[in-house]
Structure formats: C-alpha cells, structure tokens
Design a protein around this ligand. Sequence first.
Ligand SMILES: [Fe+2]
Length: 209
Amino acid sequence: MSKIKKPETGADRARPIDRQKAHEIQAFGHVTRLPIALSENVASQSVENLNQVLADTITLRDLYKKHHWQVAGHTFYQLHLLFDKHYEEQNELVDTIAERIQSLGGISLAMAADVAETTIIPRPPRGREEVPVQISRLLEAHEFILKEARTMAKQASEDGDDGTNDVLVSDIIRTNELQVWFVAEHVVDVPLVRSDNAPKSESAKAAKA
Ligand SMILES: [Fe+2]
C-alpha cells in the first residue's frame, strides 16, 4: 500500500532550512576559468600574489585600528583620527584586492586565522606601545607591502595582466606611499615651540649665570 503524501502545512513551509552542509564548490588555490582573455597560468600567478598582498593589507588595516584605540600622549587626538582615516582607506584596498582575486577566477583569503598564517608583517604585542614604536611598526608594514607590490606589479605587467598591474600601482602603491608620508612626518624630531637658533630665554640665562 503506497503512502499518501500529506500536503505541507503553512508552518512546515515557513520553517527555515538551516544547518545545511555540502562540499565546497571551489577549493582554495584552484582558479576557475573566466572569459577574460587571460591564460589560467597568468590568472593563477596573479591570484597567488594578490592573496599575499591581501593578507598583508588586512594586517596593516588592523594594525591601524589597534593603534587608533591604543594611542597615548599629547598627539593623541590627531593620531587617533589619522589612524582611523588610514584604517578606512586600507579597508577599501582590502575590498579592491579581494574582488580583483575573485574576478580572476580565484578565491580570496578572508578569515583572520588564514590571514595570520599568511602575512609577512611581524605580529605586534597585545599590549600598548609608545607612539614612536607604533609609528615604526606602521612604517615597517607599509614598506613590506610596497616592496612586494612593486615586484608583483612588474610581474603582472610582463604577463599582460594589466588589470592586476593597475590595482597594484594605482591603488596599493599610491595609497601606501601617501600614508607613509603622513605617518613618517610624526617622527621627525623638530622643535615644537623654540627653534634651535632662538635666543635663550631670560630665565635660562639667569640660571646659567
Ligand atoms: Fe573609533
């Protein structure tokens, strides 16, 4: 005797189908071919390079947020704002790089644990550091990114991957160079109130006499 299938009640049909599981549709590291007139080898090389610069950009972005929260001293307010501005700009870069990877048929790194395993930027301590140390860390991280981005840009250009070359040069290199300037000027040791050649104050002269 065949079972008669009951029609689904309203309640059954409204139930979300959660806890679903299945195999991945694309493995990390596998590049799927898209009709963008680039060979699979070229796309794969660009994806690999971009994932490295993505991991480093996510790390630098987060370093800016850490320093935005933890900055101390009498330049607190301006650095608190500047660090957050650079965080937002790096965040834009993260999205640009990740979407470039996807548009090449690759898979972008995304999660913190995977980023931590991939980045070449040294891990900072959890604790709070002085402003000159914070700035040194940021400048070092920028330089790692600039160095690798220039090498990768050359490779992309030689391979004919102009889109990747453009992202690396116009977005990554230009943004990082500009941010280096804004940050580096904070550790130039120039006088704040009295120039080196200013006459000594009367009280200083009196103290010397
Ligand atoms: Fe904030």
